[in-house]
Design a protein around this ligand. Structure first.
Ligand code: B12
Ligand code: SF4
Length: 417
């Protein structure tokens, strides 16, 4: 049996228009290594062969004699691209399965526009079942594993680091944890991981890093430590960072701003090679944070002080903001830019509020009759709901203005870590 893994790029037609408008080029390399597929490859039953193709910069062989095509979609535009590829394999009668975090959030009938079968959970516990079902010619439309994966399980193999070449990527993703204890209303973490937070054993992360670093270029590659919040479970993290200091590798990750209040943790993070933290500030309006159930550790009054402290540890901060929350008015972009300047943020970007399907925010807006569109492929940088105190057009203008300024900021800095 032969499987083709595809890491889906963003839909070329849709993103081409956007990229052209923005004066950006196509990717020459993929943004990040396709970790989900490297994990599935490690769980391949004996006697099954596979190829892996990255749609960001490689061509798909539609005549490779495959028995199954397994696609990974990172976001809405990637799923849209999956739909196009699915149509071609369908004509040849080759079954296609699609998975990824975005897929888990859309209704299954919608996901089935992109493949014969969709995966509505983590992949580890159901991958072998999918392969077995294809062998019996009995692929199910939906797969969902019951429990969450036990990341400490002894027989869980390491992701197959040998099947891709790091030189084709900027970010090398290494997972250290899954989930989050918090419940922000717009986020998928609660929906997928039910308020749990699981970490991998440190010794396993070390082995994974050693495999990654054997094919690592200090000049072009950066490790992306995959974790919703690098400051969660601080004692475990301090121990982890002290143990990985020896690798002298540059890394980046997502964090909660409260990390700026913890010098011991910051010191461990900094010494282990952290170059930059991505922090979701979301909004400068306290009422907005309350509305989206942001945790109480997230204090607007401490933003500047905490950024300053993170800088003292020689770590850059990339601030992330959301526009279009219920207490946003005309001028939100200018106000945010003023904050960016005053707080000395190194980089910054914003998104318009996206009520991802199945989240608390989505149901709230649906109940209030404020969803303008339910077309799933628009759930990416488009205003798909009626904002409360600003018109849709004005919100778009605010976003475009801010996006232009953020791009200038990123381009000026050379997009390097
Ligand atoms: C690394 C990363 C990036 C990287 C690289 C992305 C890439 N295309 O390669 C960068 C920094 C570029 C990035 C950018 C963005 N990202 Co991003 N990113 C992540 C991050 C942190 C890790 C992804 C990862 O490796 N996860 C670990 C793997 C193992 O998990 P997984 O992919 O879910 O796979 C499991 C299952 O889903 C399943 N599975 C997955 N695929 C398949 C396929 C099959 C066949 C099967 C059987 C199973 C299966 O099995 C796997 C193992 O259990 C996630 C958050 C997270 N913790 O996952 C966000 C995340 C995926 N990103 C997100 C977003 C929104 C974006 C942006 C749009 C953000 C923005 N506003 O600019 C951009 C645009 C992306 C783009 N295409 O350009 C959201 C997606 C939300 C959603 N539901 O749509 C996430 C979930 C973050 C969040 N909390 O909001 N991102
Ligand atoms: S803290 Fe971050 S990962 Fe956790 S629920 Fe909120 S937005 Fe999601």
């Amino acid at each position: 049996m032969k499987v083709l893994f595809i890491n889906l790029a963003q839909d070329r037609d849709l993103s081409f228009v956007l990229r052209k408008k923005e004066g950006l080029r196509y990717n020459r390399i993929g943004p990040a290594t396709p970790l989900a597929l490297q994990i599935l490859a490690s769980l391949m039953p004996p006697g099954v062969y596979f190829d892996i193709v990255d749609d960001n910069f490689e061509f798909i062989n539609y005549d490779g004699g495959y028995d199954l095509v397994a696609m990974h979609a990172h976001d809405a535009l990637a799923a849209h691209r999956g739909k196009v590829i699915y149509e071609r394999f369908k004509q040849k009668g080759i079954p296609v399965v699609i998975g990824g975090r975005f897929i888990q959030t859309i209704p299954q009938e919608v996901a089935l526009e992109c493949a014969d079968s969709c995966v509505m959970s983590e992949g580890e516990y159901i991958w072998k079942e999918i392969v077995t079902d294809v062998r019996k010619n009995k692929l199910q439309p939906v797969y969902r594993s019951e429990g969450l994966v036990d990341l400490c399980q002894k027989d869980l193999p390491l992701p197959r680091r040998d099947i891709i070449d790091n030189k084709n990527y900027r970010y090398i993703t290494v997972e250290i944890a899954r989930g989050c204890y918090y419940h922000c209303s717009f986020c998928t973490a609660q929906l997928l991981f039910r308020g749990t937070y699981r970490t991998y054993p440190i010794e396993r992360i070390e082995r994974d890093l050693e495999a990654v670093l054997s094919n690592f270029n200090q000049k072009d590659n950066v490790i992306y430590l995959v974790d919703e919040d690098i400051s969660m479970e601080r004692d475990y993290k301090i121990e982890l960072f002290r143990r990985i200091e020896k690798y002298h590798m540059p890394w980046i990750a997502l964090s909660n701003i409260a990390v700026g209040e913890d010098d011991e943790l910051l010191e461990a993070i900094s010494k282990s090679g952290c170059r930059r933290l991505y922090i979701g500030f979301e909004s400068l309006e306290p009422d907005n944070l309350r509305l989206i159930d942001k945790p109480l550790t997230h204090k607007i009054d401490n933003y500047k002080k905490n950024i300053n402290n993170i800088h003292k540890h020689n770590i850059e901060v990339w601030g992330l903001f959301i526009f279009g929350l219920d207490n946003d008015y005309r001028g939100v972009a200018k106000r945010t830019l003023r904050f960016v300047k005053e707080s000395n943020l190194d980089y910054f970007s914003a998104s318009v509020l996206t009520p991802i399907f199945k989240t608390k925010l989505y149901y709230q807006l649906e109940q209030e009759g404020r969803l303008i569109s339910k077309e799933w492929f628009k759930y990416w940088y488009k205003v798909v709901y009626q904002p409360k105190n600003i018109s849709v057009l004005r919100l778009k203008d605010e976003f475009d203005y801010f996006a232009k300024k953020s791009r200038d900021n990123v381009i000026a800095a050379g997009l390097i870590v």
